[in-house]
Design a binder for this molecule. Structure first.
Ligand code: HEM
Ligand code: HEM
Length: 244
């Protein structure tokens, strides 16, 4: 057995930063004032991480590429059967079910951040794209945003349970691999491995994301956001139960 790099540095930073930013966003979604500024910043972080992951799905190292974990329905079925017999094979990259779970999480996250940009009310605590769909005082996509956010949290919960189940069944510590980037591979697996991509690709991807982040920050009125938020007076009036 030989310890070989499998997850490149940008993929690992993406993963752990995403986990922190998603948790921070979820905890602050219903807050107001400075905590709603935190919501906006952590939400933007999730959005930028997703843009990075889109680029990295084509330009990243082999196991980070979308093509590496787009498995056919046949392979998913075979894998699921083996899993049901508590005897799943071990994969160097994402396994067939795990691969589709990654896509599902990325889609749910994309739905969350896009609808977030169209959420809120024009009391200050609103996404920057809300004016495109709502007249002054009108409502945005907060309900859809909340639905997607709950879907993300449900999927992430299943994801973490699945990681531990896989660890238990295959005896391979996947969490450690997502931290160090390395896995112990046998000689055949080592022979089949491609080296990780060079550092400059990560730097270029980081620049693209930073440029986009600068535009987002420049377009955002943080002072207005600090004065509004999901629990602002205007908003809670709308939420009175006697509406219907
Ligand atoms: C909100 C929380 C989380 C989200 C949204 C999330 C999302 C993801 C995503 C998108 C990937 C794919 C990585 C890639 O190819 O880019 C992934 C992989 C992974 N995540 Fe998470 N994750 C979360 C929390 C966690 C936690 C808490 C753990 C550890 C206990 C964890 C362990 C892993 C592992 C081990 C992998 C690699 C799985 C494999 O080997 O196929 N994740 N996660
Ligand atoms: C670009 C990123 C994001 C933006 C601009 C954004 C914006 C907003 C806005 C304006 C609201 C208030 C809606 C209202 O009037 O009730 C909100 C609420 C919320 N957001 Fe986000 N958000 C983003 C990302 C996220 C993410 C990544 C999550 C979690 C996964 C999340 C979870 C929530 C939750 C749980 C609420 C409370 C929903 C409710 O009860 O009304 N948001 N967000």
């Amino acid at each position: 057995m030989q310890s070989v790099p499998v997850w490149d540095f940008p993929t690992r930073v993406f993963h752990w930063a995403l986990a922190v930013a998603v948790i921070a966003s979820y905890l602050t979604g219903e807050e107001e004032g400075i905590w709603f500024v935190v919501h906006t910043v952590s939400g933007y972080t999730v959005a930028l991480l997703l843009v990075f992951r889109l680029v990295w799905g084509f330009a990243g190292s082999v196991h980070s590429r979308f093509s590496d974990f787009t498995y056919s329905p046949g392979s998913v079925k075979t894998y699921a059967k083996q899993l049901l017999r508590f005897n799943p094979p071990r994969f160097v990259g994402h396994n067939p079910l795990g691969g589709w779970m990654v896509f599902l999480m990325l889609v749910a996250l994309a739905g969350t951040v896009v609808t977030g940009l169209f959420s809120g009310e024009d009391d200050g605590g609103a996404g920057i794209l809300l004016p495109l769909i709502a007249a002054p005082g009108g409502e945005g996509l907060a309900e859809v945003h909340e639905f997607f956010a709950n879907a993300v949290v449900a999927l992430a919960g299943i994801h973490v349970l699945a990681v531990f189940l896989d660890w238990f069944l295959t005896k391979e510590n996947l969490v450690k691999a997502m931290i160090t980037g390395r896995k112990d591979l046998d000689d055949t697996e080592v022979g089949n491995q491609k080296p990780l991509v060079g550092r400059w690709r990560g730097v270029v991807a980081a620049f693209i994301v930073a440029a986009l982040g600068a535009v987002l920050i420049q377009q955002t009125d943080f002072a207005a956001i600090a004065s509004g938020g999901a629990e602002s007076e205007h908003h809670s009036e709308r939420d009175e139960p006697n509406d219907d």
